[in-house]
Design a binder for this molecule. Sequence first.
Ligand SMILES: [Zn+2]
Length: 307
Amino acid sequence: MNRDGSAAGRRVVAAALVALLLGAGCTPTSESPGRGGNAYGNLPRVTPRPRPTTPAQPKTIEPDQIDLGRSVAGRPLKAQIYGTGEQTILMLATIHGNEQAGTPLLRKLGDYLREHPQIVADKRVILIPVANPDGMASNTRGNLRGIDLNRNFPAWNYSPSRGHGSQPLSEPESRALSQVIAKYEPDRIISLHQPLTCIDYDGPGEALARAMAAATNLPLKKLGSLAGSLGSYAGLTKRIPIVTVEFPRGADDLTPDGLWSRYGRMLLVAVCHPDPVPTLTEQSRRPSPMVSIEPVARPRANRRQTD
Ligand SMILES: [Zn+2]
């Protein structure tokens, strides 16, 4: 009994030892490379390369501040440039100093572009919120010398006069604008005025003007080519699409948010044309003031058209 019992016990111990050795993983497996090597011998470890990733979009951008010179009274003429893309859009406001609604609107647009750099990913948007700072300060149409800057451009129909200047570009403010156009060669120009309550265009600007009109409640209307105007110069002499937006008379009484609510989307259409304005995550997350467009007064039929 003892001999049989001892033999059985030895068999159990031997089986247990075999099981222990196998279970301990003595055979190298791919999951357990030996020290100093790997499953394929002693080849050096290969550190996996990081996958190429798309550079993260910045959350905000800061514009380049451009000095365009000085007004007659010495006020700085300034532009802000958002984005470094090839397609260039120039927007200006208050070239007539008593038509000021466009100025806070362009500043609101600047705030929006700063927070939504996706919009200008392939664009360069140049904003000149105050083209006639002396006129704005005195709430007069012309500059300090009383010259209507929007009659002072070297278009074929320029006519010298006391109110239009002795020669084209006689004024530092109009010279600054013409230099911006020469240097940056904008693909389109938007000029913001009052009070004729319509959207006008010169040169090859009809498609852009229609797209902008569709984004707001301002009707498309041809005002004609005015002597020495920016529209005549840029649109017809230089063949740059140019849209003149005429806000209603009381638009400059609106708050910046009120202006943006009514006209912000139209300006974004001008930036993005011919592409649609992208739907942005931020827009869908927080209620956008741009979706509500309130009716505004229509112009009186007999109003004199001067812009
Ligand atoms: Zn005007």
